[in-house]
Design a binder for this molecule. Structure first.
Ligand SMILES: [Zn+2]
Length: 453
């Protein structure tokens, strides 16, 4: 969507416009959008009670009104509103202006351009466009069906995205992964017809403010059947989305490169599917991870932590400033708080607060779960160093505790997006389907990152 600044833009006869202004009655709704008919203007009133999520949601509602009016070239007249609010509003509009349409014959409704008199900086507009492009890329991958996005194809797309954005990419194939003894990734891959892959995506500008990289590790299970612990009923239906963490990581590194952020960041994306074949893992198997830790696999559907653990181990050789994993990891996270926020946990409060703050800035809210030592007892195995499942209690936390074990050289933070990566109905500024969660959060985190003294 093109954004054109024209300070002369004002009400034009015979042309529908959108007017955004301060609410006159603060006691009523925080945001108010008029119900326009086909001929009338849309009015958006914002009160001082609005926060970022309210305004982004108003932006999405605005998109829906324009869609009803079939207005593909929008005009926005701003009356005395701070530019931060306008940027949130346009962001909401742009997030709504997405559809996954490649398998449909009908053309989708798309807003092509927006002309406004708002005094926005060109750098803010460029940032927004790069950000939405990154989010849309992530959404596209998550929406893509399993038969169109296998391991090889996903790795290829990540490689293309990063190269085009200016980041460097290395994709490790099975031979290298075997030489590195990544038993988690190799074992989950045993039931697959495609070889596993591990992406290492790097943005390291000369003016980076951090010497030690921020490392993001994203789960890339392109399809999850559960393996021999097969998913029953309709629990398998949306399992094409189980690579949303890896998509968010790749999009975030690409965004950093595109925006030339002065941040040294590395993305690690272990990729495979989790399927059933005679060679696939069975419950009770013991495997060895990249750092030599032995793991008793008591549930083949708790496979995400196995591939992430190898990615997190591998990340330690870069001596990270912080290791952050992001994954559609546990149903427990989704059951606990629903699609309204993602779950976060970590062992460094200062960094954890920065990540939570970034989530608030992006309206990608995070709820902090504990990562206390007591939880480690729940993943002790009788016959190996760890087991990959901790029982019914605290399922999201025991998964995080399992991962923390492998972040030996750096503070560790884990984000569980099982409830937020893909939603089955519209919610606030998010439409049905893939949300691209994580990308705007990481963008904010990197943009506000400061090295600790
Ligand atoms: Zn699984």
């Amino acid at each position: 969507m093109k954004i054109i600044i024209d300070s002369q833009t004002k009400t034009i006869a015979n042309k529908k416009i959108t007017i955004v202004k301060k609410a006159t009655d603060e006691s009523k709704e925080k945001t108010l959008i008029s119900e326009p008919d086909n001929h009338s203007n849309i009015t958006i009133s914002l009160s001082t009670l609005c926060d970022a999520i309210d305004v982004r949601s108003a932006g999405y509602s605005w998109f829906e009104k324009l869609k009803v009016q079939k207005e593909t070239e929008a005009t926005l007249i701003v009356q005395d509103i701070d530019s931060q609010y306008i940027l949130w509003l346009i962001e909401g509009l742009m997030l709504g202006n997405y559809s996954f349409n490649k398998y449909k014959s009908a053309e989708p409704f798309v807003i092509k351009s927006l002309v406004t008199n708002a005094q926005l900086k060109q750098s803010d507009i460029t940032r927004l466009q790069n950000l939405i492009e990154a989010v849309n890329w992530a959404k596209d991958q998550v929406n893509e069906p399993g038969n169109k996005l296998g391991t090889t194809e996903f790795a290829k797309r990540i490689s293309q995205l990063c190269t085009q954005s200016g980041a460097t990419v290395e994709i490790l194939g099975k031979k290298k992964i075997s030489a590195l003894k990544m038993g988690g990734l190799l074992s989950v891959n045993l039931g697959s017809t495609e070889d596993p892959a591990l992406g290492i995506l790097t943005w390291k500008p000369e003016n980076a403010i951090n010497k030690k990289p921020i490392v993001l590790v994203g789960k890339g299970i392109v399809f999850d059947t559960g393996g021999y612990n097969i998913k029953t009923s309709n629990y398998m239906n949306d399992m094409k989305t189980d690579m949303a963490g890896a998509a968010a990581v790749a999009a975030s590194v690409a965004y950093a490169a595109k925006q030339k952020l002065p941040i040294y960041v590395i993305g690690i994306t272990p990729i495979t599917d989790n399927r059933l074949q005679s060679a696939a893992m069975v419950p009770g198997d013991v495997i060895y991870m990249h750092n030599g830790t032995s793991v008793e696999v008591l549930n083949t559907d708790a496979e995400g932590r196995l591939i992430l653990a190898d990615g997190i181990c591998y990340a330690q050789k870069f001596n990270p400033e912080v290791t952050i994993s992001i994954a559609t990891l546990t149903g427990a996270a989704s059951v606990a708080i629903g699609p309204y926020a993602s779950v976060v946990m970590g062992n460094n409060n200062k960094l954890l607060n920065k990540v939570i703050e970034a989530g608030n800035c992006a309206s990608e809210r995070l709820v902090n779960f504990p990562l206390w030592d007591e939880y480690a007892a729940l993943i002790k195995s009788d016959i190996a160093d760890l087991k990959n499942i901790g029982g019914r209690e605290a399922g999201a936390i025991t998964a995080g505790k399992f991962l923390e074990h492998f972040s030996t050289a750096s503070p560790f933070i884990h984000i569980d997006i099982a409830g937020t990566a893909y939603i089955d109905k519209k919610l606030d500024y998010r439409h049905k389907g893939a949300t691209g969660v994580g990308v705007r959060l990481f963008a904010n985190f990197m943009e506000n990152f400061q090295v600790a003294d």
